[in-house]
Design a protein around this ligand. Structure first.
Ligand code: SF4
Ligand code: SF4
Length: 216
């Protein structure tokens, strides 16, 4: 066993991580059941599939419990090169976010390619796929649409769309009781759930111990 493998083996599965993983399994099962019901009873089929990823350019919010599970997964399963790539993409995201907040209005809101020649998306997106798929946050696990994927746009793309995306909101309803258990876990730790929410790259930097200057 290499020293790197030994190091990874030393990263224990924490009780909170285990709880999140169990919840994710139950949320996925509830979402699958609802997708099946929609197909059978209403003939509605989700358009979402692997490689379709405009939604990963949305502002993805998450909380400390999910961020903890994500950080543990990354530390345990990513190679040194993968972590380096993730750190670089997260740094790019911070630079874009910092510039976005300073520019009022942004230099060019007409296309996806804005500041720094960087098309902002979730730093975990690699080759149009989620590199942390097993531990992607609830917001990613429960977002499905039945509309044309072309209607899905990243948050920074403000061009008008002919038709707005049609979200399958009944999946949110079906998974809501389980999402509430997640909230209870966070509140049980003495945190204010709403105030604990941050954009995913911010939590990622916290979990990985990366400090990016505001004006990078
Ligand atoms: S939400 Fe839209 S962009 Fe995301 S996978 Fe589904 S169809 Fe594709
Ligand atoms: S965590 Fe994964 S699924 Fe969610 S936005 Fe990021 S790349 Fe996409």
């Amino acid at each position: 066993m290499s020293s790197r493998q030994k190091y990874k083996a030393l990263i224990p599965v924490t009780p909170q991580e285990q709880l999140i993983q169990e919840l994710y399994g139950r949320i996925d099962a509830a979402a699958d059941r609802e997708l099946g019901r929609l197909r059978r009873e209403a003939g509605v089929v989700s358009s979402c599939k692997r490689g379709c990823c405009s939604c990963c350019g949305q502002h993805i919010q998450t909380n400390p419990a999910e961020a903890h599970a994500l950080g543990q997964y990354i530390k345990r399963t990513f190679s040194v090169q993968q972590i380096g790539g993730l750190q670089r993409r997260t740094r790019q995201w911070f630079a874009w976010d910092s510039g976005r907040r300073k520019e009022d209005p942004p230099a060019d809101r007409s296309s996806g390619l804005e500041l720094f020649g960087y098309e902002p998306c979730c730093p975990l997106l690699v080759d149009r796929a989620c590199s942390a798929y097993p531990v992607r946050p609830v917001i990613c696990r429960t977002h499905y649409v039945s509309s044309d994927p072309a209607a899905c746009r990243p948050s920074h793309d403000h061009r008008p769309v002919e038709h707005a995306p049609v979200a399958l909101t009944s999946i949110l309803d079906a998974t809501q009781p389980l999402s509430q258990l997640l909230r209870a876990e966070i509140e049980g730790a003495g945190l204010d759930f709403c105030r604990s929410i941050m954009l995913l790259p911010h939590w990622l930097a916290v979990e990985m111990g990366w400090e990016f200057a505001e004006d990078e």
